[in-house]
Design a protein around this ligand. Sequence first.
Ligand code: AP5
Length: 212
Amino acid sequence: MSLVLFGPPGAGKGTQSQLMLETKPFIHLSTGNLLREAIQQKSPLGIEAQSYVDAGKLVPDSVVIGLVREFIEKKKTSRFIFDGFPRTIVQAEALEKQIEEIGAVNIQRALFLEVPQTDLLQRLTGRRVCKNCGAVFHELNNPPKKSGFCDVCGGEVYQRKDDAAEAIQTRLEAYEKSTAPLKEYYIKKGLFVSIDGLGSSGQVFGRIQTYL
Ligand code: AP5
């Protein structure tokens, strides 16, 4: 089965995806990671996406849908965790259409991570990410053992540009306008599950596991 993991910026989608991958053989599809890779490689798509991502705006649907389609076709599996995709109703409809066309992916549940805005701000402003392997830390809740360096691979740990205060505000607004309506969309499809995203990442993971 495949799962959609969605929620506001900083809700813990990346963190919970990593924990799920440790116990179940999913393929992780994070559109945020795919876009950041494209930006780092300075590919044509990355160059087009950079100004949107840095400012915290949503990248146009057509760009993201093309990226996801290419990823799904390459992987030849039916067990995905979709992290940060879909993020608009247009993207959700495109995903369904691709499922029909490719016949490989079946969404079993859309898990929504529920976290209040004050906690989101605290999580995002303190987040640090490994430049090399993408491991996620938090300067207060989960700092790397050696300051500035990744526990997993020793790579340099940095603060994402879109974790600056202004970009966070833009991301929260984009979430309210374009992504929050997906709750209703998945409720109507009978796929929606709300997960309390507060507590330690282990506690949240426990809730997801109990549910699954
Ligand atoms: P993306 O990378 O998807 O960013 P996001 O949705 O804003 O989500 P985040 O990565 O910020 O947060 P998260 O929920 O994964 O939380 P995390 O686990 O890191 O997208 C970036 C940009 O790309 C977008 O703004 C947009 O421009 C573009 N984009 C991507 N997908 C797109 C799409 N489909 N369409 C159009 N544009 C798209 O946790 C955050 C912090 O909290 C970490 O420090 C972590 O250690 C900490 N933390 C996690 N869990 C807990 C916990 N339980 N308790 C305390 N701290 C915790």
